[in-house]
Design a protein around this ligand. Sequence first.
Ligand code: NAP
Length: 288
Amino acid sequence: MSHILDGKQLAVIGDPIEHSLSPLIQQAMLDELGIRCSYGRIRVPAGTVAAWLPGAPDLNLAGFNATMPHKTDLVPLMDTLSDDARMYRAVNTVVIRDGRFHGHNTDGEGFLRSLHDEGVRPEGKRVVVYGAGGAARSVVLKLAAQGVENIAVCCRTPAKAEELARASTRVSVIPLQDQRFVDVLKRAELFINCTPLGMQGVPSQFESFDFLDALPSSAPVCDLIYRPLKTRLLKEAERRGHQTMNGLGMLIHQAILALEQFASQPLDAERMKAAVSKKLLPALGHAV
Ligand code: NAP
């Protein structure tokens, strides 16, 4: 039986785009499902996505994923927006049907599913989110919508996070230098790093990990980074007895959710995770 994606193309757009893992992840799933569709990468320079988009259907594209720097620029260009894309005001998945563009965002739900995979249920908990960039935005708004008791966004530039606090009464913004940072850590039940500190190729690192001493050891520590799979933060947290998790689960789940939109069908997440891991872990330098 033929599939709606057979003979079509999918891609990820962004700039830079060479290092995106989306082609590897999505192709592994398409191949596992026996769908005859190839997934590529297209460099679309910053500020040019509005000019590029009208020509996308002519490229035989059934849809595409978007990464830096296009997620926000795509929002006003969509014919329809999913609830999550509207909530984050960012699009990471675009489905093209009959020349119309349907914008989705799978980041927050992908993160939530990765927490559930590790047995972490954030509902009703007190959470500390470190950082306030694009990834933090989807994590914070998703958690707030999910009924998390309290989310303290602890960050270097509080002005950038004020909008998150306005979006939900469950969210508060705390500067890193503020004594309240230590106070919220002491009561936290989950800690999430949403900064690139400790990421491969990024020179900056946490200046000190002493702040972890304030965090109860029962609080899981989560890092959105997946390169390396175990950051210094996760090693330090593990040493202090915390459950830890990296960003690989979020990366894979947001991709599965995106393919569900492209393919217009629910997918078996465990089967997809197994197919992706076989290709992805060697690419990240780890044995399967
Ligand atoms: P972003 O929009 O550039 O935001 C980065 C955040 O980190 C900002 O709040 C920034 O603060 C803060 N920051 C940077 N250096 C800092 C420092 N030295 N001290 C304190 N705060 C610092 O980046 P993003 O897109 O949110 O991505 C953040 C991380 O999440 C990256 O490592 C990315 O790889 C990862 N991520 C993973 C997934 C996944 O699927 N696992 C998905 C998305 C993102 P300022 O505003 O003050 O600069």
